[in-house]
Design a binder for this molecule. Structure first.
Ligand code: IFM
Length: 468
């Protein structure tokens, strides 16, 4: 059976500035919170950050050529705030802007439509030092950045994402302390929650004033959750995690009302809102970007945050130890559409597996092909079920810097030798290219290979997405 997609379906791949660019301190750029966190908290030498990895800041032309070779019709990237507005004086850095200006022009030269993410976690360190997102002035800082980028690029960039995965950098960065800025501080997180919400909505209003910004959205990591058992404790724990993970931001924007789970999480620090602020929150967007990787079974745990924790994932697992569960993508899309009624892009979907090039230069990453095919299959089903899914962006174009895992998890369609900068298109990249060009039947040889690899595995398609 082959899968069918509308003719105008968008096939892309995604990256983010801090994960691929390297050369973080040149041409007038300032350190970001992630730069400092990587060096100071994760112990990653600055030499590695600047001179290993993808060095896309240097190799960008070659990378655009590779995007073209993969037949992608769109490319999602993010712009680095500390490159564009590096200093306290808030003046734009023309060299930083030029970099993205040239990138956008080069994409157009190959008919690749840019999708631009404004904030994918790399906040200028000097703003972090002033309280970061917890400072109410962060809204103004961000809007100034948004206007600076839009003034330069809005004439050539049709699709804009204000913020990538707000829940992740709030939860991991300010509550768990394992991402930048590395705080375990509910008060800080609570103020940040409010400012991030407001910043997004104000940014949407600003972007609307640029004629060519025809699509404006937000990207959120969405996971279906299911209780591990039918016990009341597990079901309620699952509901709390679902509300926290999936609804904390989207419900606030959609309904202009702060979901109940916010006060369970932030307690006495829960921010106050006036009616004008709640009105501003409801600024309509054109699409929700769904970042989907895996799903979770949830069990009650009286000692855990929100008295809930995820049960151990079941194989097959990716190198992130994330369970491969393609059906969860359909469930996530269905849930988003039924609740928020917007158009949808999958702005990230992918898997980390390490495969090195063979002597002949081939990268036989069959498990990634299997992962992609199964998820594309769910996309096709979603479209047949009337869900307005407009496009799919694979995460990621290149092997890159995977946050706390540094260069040790490989998500790319393209293998990168982090020492020599050699790029090698993996078999998954060729699979995707052929798929885009109409070869959408199930790759049998890959599937049987994978079945052997996963011998004994039960696919979990029978699990309900119960916590709605
Ligand atoms: O690499 C990240 C990306 O920056 C945000 N979404 C999840 C990806 C895989 O962990």
């Amino acid at each position: 059976m082959s899968l069918s997609f509308p003719d105008n379906f968008i096939y892309g791949a995604a990256t983010s500035s801090f994960q691929i660019e390297g050369s973080y301190l040149i041409d007038g750029a300032a350190p970001s919170n992630w730069y400092n966190f990587s060096v100071n908290n994760l112990g990653i030498p600055s030499e590695v950050l600047n001179h290993k990895g993808c060095k896309h800041y240097i190799n960008w032309k070659n990378d655009v050529q590779l995007i073209h070779e993969l037949s992608l019709n769109s490319y999602r990237f993010s712009v680095s705030w500390p490159r564009i507005i590096p200093d306290k004086d808030q003046l734009p850095n023309s060299k930083g802007l030029d970099f993205y200006d040239h990138l956008v022009d080069e994409l157009h030269r190959f008919n690749i439509s840019p999708m631009l993410t404004l904030f994918h976690w790399d906040l200028p360190q000097h703003l972090e030092d002033q309280g970061g997102w917890a400072n109410p002035e962060s809204i103004e800082w961000y809007l100034h950045f948004v206007e600076t980028v839009a003034d330069r690029l809005a004439d050539r960039v049709p699709a804009w994402i204000t913020i990538n995965e707000p829940w992740v950098f709030l939860h991991l960065g300010m509550i768990k302390g394992i991402h930048a800025p590395g705080y375990k501080d509910l008060k800080h997180a609570a103020s940040s929650y409010k400012n991030i919400l407001m910043a997004h909505s104000e940014a949407v209003r600003i972007l609307r004033s640029y004629n060519n910004c025809s699509e404006i959205g937000i990207s959120c990591n969405i996971s279906p959750f299911t209780p591990e058992t039918d016990s009341r404790e597990d079901v309620e724990a699952c509901q709390r995690i679902h509300d926290y993970h999936n609804k904390l931001f989207l419900d606030a924007w959609h309904k202009g009302d702060i979901p109940e789970i916010a006060s369970q999480v932030f307690g006495k620090h829960t921010p106050k809102w006036n009616s004008e602020e709640l009105r501003i929150l409801q600024e309509p967007i054109d699409f929700i970007g769904v970042n989907y990787y895996t799903f979770f079974r949830v069990r009650y745990d009286p000692h855990a945050f929100l008295q809930a924790r995820s049960a151990p994932p079941r194989p097959p697992l990716t190198d992130m130890k994330w369970e491969v569960y393609p059906r969860g993508l359909f469930k996530a899309l269905e849930w988003i559409y039924n609740r928020y009624h917007t158009e949808i892009y999958i702005t990230e979907n992918g898997c980390a597996y390490t495969y090195e090039p063979s002597n002949s230069g081939e990268v036989t990453d069959n498990r990634r092909i299997d992962y992609m095919y199964r998820h594309l299959e769910q996309c096709s089903m979603a479209i047949s079920n009337g869900i307005p899914l407009k496009g799919y962006y694979a995460w990621s174009l290149l092997d890159n810097f995977e946050w706390t895992f540094a260069l040790n998890k490989r998500f790319g369609l393209i293998h990168v030798d982090f020492d020599t900068q050699k790029r090698t298109i993996k078999n998954s990249g060729y699979f995707y290219r052929d798929f885009i060009n109409g070869k959408t039947e199930k790759p049998d040889h890959v599937r049987s290979d994978v079945i052997n690899q996963y011998e004994g595995v039960v696919w979990h398609d029978d699990i309900n997405f119960r916590a709605i």
